[in-house]
Design a protein around this ligand. Structure first.
Ligand code: SME
Length: 152
């Protein structure tokens, strides 16, 4: 059983540490990717709000060629545009989806919102179908709310 409270406490410590923003993001990716077995790829995208583009930041897992994504494209782009969390149980059912790996079966994307603007997001891929439940969504939304404070 995953203890989401323990995971949150550790993430909170990382977020409010004295490390630089990118280091905090990398630590969170590594921590979540190693602690939760269904989290096979964990990454941050950061927004270029003016040009409506997302750029890949720190991540855990296999490198991806999708280092920039326009708002509206794929699950990431849709989350950026709508300012809503996307939970995808089965990626093969999605029309507007950008595949990063043939192994990925489900995905969650949580926008990081600051002053009503999407400044970035957390994107997690799983090789398991329907890997993301309410506990995962709540944990990730909490991380996004708190890390938003440190994003310029
Ligand atoms: N699947 C995402 C693209 C990013 S990769 O998962 C790392 C999407 O559809 O936007």
């Amino acid at each position: 059983m995953i203890n989401y409270n323990d995971i949150w406490f550790k993430c909170e410590t990382i977020i409010h540490s004295k490390a630089k923003l990118k280091e905090k993001m990398q630590s969170i990716c590594n921590f979540l990717g190693t602690q939760i077995s269904a989290y096979d790829w964990v990454g941050f995208y950061l927004s270029d709000v003016k040009n409506k583009k997302l750029y890949l930041g720190p991540f855990y897992g296999e490198p991806t060629e999708h280092t920039s994504i326009s708002f509206g494209n794929g699950i990431c782009g849709q989350a950026a545009e709508s300012q809503k969390t996307f939970v995808i149980d089965d990626v093969t059912k999605e029309i507007n989806y950008i595949a990063c790996s043939v192994h990925v079966k489900s995905e969650i994307v949580v926008p990081i919102i600051k002053n009503q603007i999407v400044v970035g997001q957390i994107d997690i891929d799983s090789y398991k179908m329907s890997a993301f439940k309410t506990d995962d969504q709540q944990l990730l939304e909490q991380i996004c709310r708190e890390i938003a404070v440190y994003i310029e």
